[in-house]
Design a protein around this ligand. Structure first.
Ligand code: ZN
Length: 310
């Protein structure tokens, strides 16, 4: 089943219509439906046509010089206050949000049946097999499947995520033989560079750090992204400022997250960068970040996310 076939069948009223999600390029006449806390902040539709133009020219040439500095400041402000709602955010309508929620619930049920560890590596076809086999998960409805396919097929720059797409197939497989299960974490790393780097870091820190997330295939990234989008009431832009959309996560190709033993949720905010463990890793030359405080990808600063692939 392909995204194109689904669109051609016309069986799904996609959010692209309501939210300027048109892979062939938005049309000027289409008013986007967006939901913001303060309606007076809604900007004209044309402001949404070229998100990169609003970000100080990252990756593209601006046509109007002169405002670059203020645009860049606004962009940096946005990734600093990543959890705010902005007028240009792309937000699902009520119907799509309901489908998103039921899809997220089904993914969570699947994870419960399959187990957190294995779920990280699971590919999409096998997910569907589990859904057919276990009534406690249940099959995805056509609308839920359409949502997953559309989300995966989408160009994330449409909602403000400018990172590279690293997985182009919804059904990408990750061979278990290429991975190593990391003891006591429930997570996996690719054998070779990633595993070696992690083990050396942990050894040099006397076991003071641990793996909080390793390899994530498309299905796991979908589950995380949908859960995030539920918490943002369907605001895909807000969700993507702190989590790569499915297909765009470098966790699929080698990156991993580390945390300080015993630090709990503080491993996922700026507090981590203040820990002795983090500072020591910096001193030892281990820290190469993908999402720096000034990254051009539209993502918050993630000091815990270790970059492996260039
Ligand atoms: Zn990460």
């Amino acid at each position: 089943m392909s995204y194109g076939a689904l669109s051609a069948a016309g069986g799904y009223v996609g959010w692209r219509m309501a939210h300027t999600w048109q892979p062939e390029g938005p049309k000027l006449g289409d008013e986007p439906t967006i939901k913001v806390a303060d309606a007076s902040r809604i900007e004209p539709a044309h402001q949404m046509l070229d998100p990169l133009a609003d970000e100080g020219g990252f990756g593209r040439q601006r046509t109007e010089p002169g405002t670059q500095a203020s645009d860049q400041a606004a962009y940096l402000q946005k990734i600093r206050d990543f959890d705010e709602v902005y007028p240009e955010d792309v937000i699902l309508g009520v119907d799509q949000l309901a489908i998103l929620k039921s899809t997220a619930r089904r993914l969570t049920k699947a994870q419960r049946v399959i187990g957190h560890g294995h779920f990280n590596l699971l590919n999409f076809d096998n997910l569907l097999k589990y859904c057919r086999r276990y009534s406690s998960i249940g099959r995805f409805s056509q609308q839920e499947l359409d949502l997953l396919e559309e989300l995966f097929a989408a160009d994330a720059t449409d909602y403000g995520f400018y990172g590279e797409k690293v997985q182009t197939e919804l059904t990408t497989e990750i061979a278990e033989k290429d991975t190593a299960k990391i003891a006591d974490t429930g997570h996996f790393l690719f054998r070779g560079e990633a595993q070696t780097k992690y083990e050396k870091m942990r050894q040099d820190l006397d076991g003071g750090i641990f793996l909080t997330s390793g390899i994530r295939n498309v299905v796991k990234q979908m589950q995380l992204f949908l859960d995030k989008a539920v918490t943002t009431d369907g605001n895909l832009s807000q969700a993507s400022r702190s989590l790569a959309p499915p297909g765009y996560s470098f966790h699929a190709v080698g990156d991993f997250d580390i945390g300080k033993v015993g630090a709990g949720l503080d491993n996922f905010n700026e507090v981590f960068a203040e820990t002795d463990e983090y500072k020591k890793l910096v001193d030892l030359g281990y820290i190469e970040l993908r999402y720096t405080p000034t990254n051009p990808f539209g993502v918050r600063h993630e000091p815990w996310h270790i970059k492996m692939k260039a």
